[in-house]
Design a protein around this ligand. Structure first.
Ligand code: ADP
Ligand code: ASP
Ligand code: MG
Length: 445
């Protein structure tokens, strides 16, 4: 059997018994072979992370309280989901094994491997409940454990070969039903231990599954009708985009558009498989299609990423020196800290990072080369559009829109599809609204 469709449903799309029933309806309707990737029910991964935080601090009673609350909520979901006594009991028995397992960590010494095992339970619960519900409805399906095929290597990168070999082998089993349910987010690492693809990683799972199967389309079903032209959590009257290129979508995802996990575009782009973002609450809407080519427009969308730190290295010795930039970059490389934006002048380099875990070491090493200034709590605003060199004046409008807002850095010229601007986090909201007013107002009137 050929599995050419991959559909991923996010946290809100599976967030209640009613939503799970709606997903079952949607995936069972046409009888076509498909792989369905599920997130945990919304709120669950947060609760699981909270349990691990309590256990690290040896706050055992608090951990037990969170587990108990989760269990109560899941028992309600269970009773609403199933309509027969038999399946209600089977659901309860399944949940009991999960919650007994979670409680088993409470009185033991806690270490990082267990954290990953605990956080993995959300997707294990949602997929098992959906599969059991399909069975109650008489729809044949197979639950395919992601831990049997999804794997990252020693650098945390997807092990494409392993994923493809194992996924295809498992799907080729004649006992596998046309409808396959699997977990997003969770995987194994190079040592075979339970791991995950970082928060929001179910999108990434779906893209990796789609790439491994050379799928026709990867569908990401969520709670909004596709990628909007600005962040709907901060700006009113945003509009869904019909089409984006892989590169444009990747930039938006990387710079804060929460609808897509930052790494999720890459596997789809590599395999040239279109990604469609769709709304579970409005399945008839066509959503946003992310594909190789998308018609160029002056401005398409804006996104913002918070929690950015700027590092400035000032050095008069840098004047006319070569090799200086390399020395600076090597320090960031040695401390495994990615850099987002860079600006250089004759006497200084400014750059931004979002992972400050090793900042102290970085600063210590950088001090050999000059005076260091650090500024925290910044946001990168990314404007996606047509910024090719042959498109004069493209950067003028975003800059004009932000004329009243202090800009810390501007990055233009590196990407043909975006320009990035650094502002204080406290100015972000104002900046997003100003950009929407300036760049997208015409299309809305
Ligand atoms: P899921 O649980 O389905 O993975 P997420 O919460 O991760 O869903 O992503 C969907 C949310 O992303 C939307 O509800 C919306 O608030 C937020 N979002 C942020 N930026 C954008 C954007 N540019 N377009 C659409 N949604 C966005
Ligand atoms: N459940 C995971 C999270 O909340 C993964 C996902 O939803 O994509 O981060
Ligand atoms: Mg998400």
């Amino acid at each position: 059997m050929e599995y050419t469709d991959v559909l991923k449903f996010g946290g809100t799309s599976v967030g209640s018994a009613q939503r799970l029933q709606a997903v079952a309806e949607l995936i069972a309707r046409d009888g076509e072979p498909k792989v369905v990737v599920l997130s945990a029910m919304s709120g669950t991964t947060n609760s699981l992370v909270e349990i691990t935080t309590c256990l690290y601090r040896a706050e055992r009673q608090q951990a037990l309280d969170v587990i108990q609350n989760m269990e109560i909520n899941y028992l309600i979901v269970n009773s609403e989901l199933f309509s027969t006594g038999e399946y209600t009991r089977r659901g309860q028995a399944f949940l009991q094994t999960i919650f007994t397992y979670l409680r088993s960590f409470v009185n033991k010494e806690f270490y990082p491997l267990q954290e990953k095992a605990i956080v993995a339970q959300g997707e294990i619960i949602s997929t098992n409940l959906l599969q059991l519900y399909l069975e109650e409805r008489g729809v044949p399906s197979t639950l395919l454990p992601a831990l049997d095929y999804m794997r990252v290597d020693k650098d945390g990168e997807p092990d494409y070969f392993y994923i493809k070999q194992n996924l295809r082998r498992l799907l080729a089993d004649p006992a596998t039903a046309p409808l396959v349910i699997t977990q997003g987010f969770i995987c194994r690492n190079a040592l075979g231990e339970i791991d995950n693809l970082k928060r929001g990683g179910s999108d990434y799972s779906a893209a990796l599954v789609g790439a491994a199967l050379a799928a026709r389309e990867i569908q990401i079903w969520t709670d909004i009708d596709g990628v909007h032209d600005n962040d709907p959590r901060h700006v009113k009257n945003t509009r869904a985009l019909r089409a984006l290129s892989f590169d444009e979508a990747a930039e938006l995802a990387y710079f804060g558009a929460k609808i897509l996990h930052p790494s999720s575009v890459q596997p789809a782009k590599r395999a040239n498989i279109p990604v469609r973002l769709k709304n579970t609450l409005n399945p008839a809407d066509e959503g946003t299609l992310v594909s190789e080519a998308s018609p160029a427009r002056d401005f398409k969308a804006v996104a913002a990423k918070d929690g950015i730190t700027a590092v400035k290295i000032k050095s008069s010795n840098m004047l006319l020196a070569y090799g200086f930039v390399r020395k600076v970059f090597e320090i960031f490389e040695a401390w495994k800290t990615p850099i987002d934006m860079i600006a250089t002048s004759e006497v200084a380099i400014s750059l931004t990072i979002d992972d400050t875990a090793r900042l102290e070491h970085i600063v210590k090493d950088l001090e050999r080369y000059g005076a260091i200034e650090i500024e925290h709590d910044l946001s990168i605003i990314c404007v996606v559009g047509d910024f090719r060199a042959g498109h004069p004046g493209a950067v003028a409008r975003p800059l004009h829109a932000l004329r009243e807002i202090p800009l810390r850095m501007v990055s233009y010229g590196a990407s043909e599809h975006s320009v990035s601007l650094l502002v204080k986090q406290t100015d972000k909201q104002r900046a997003l609204v100003a950009l929407s007013d300036e760049l997208f107002q015409d299309e809305r009137s």
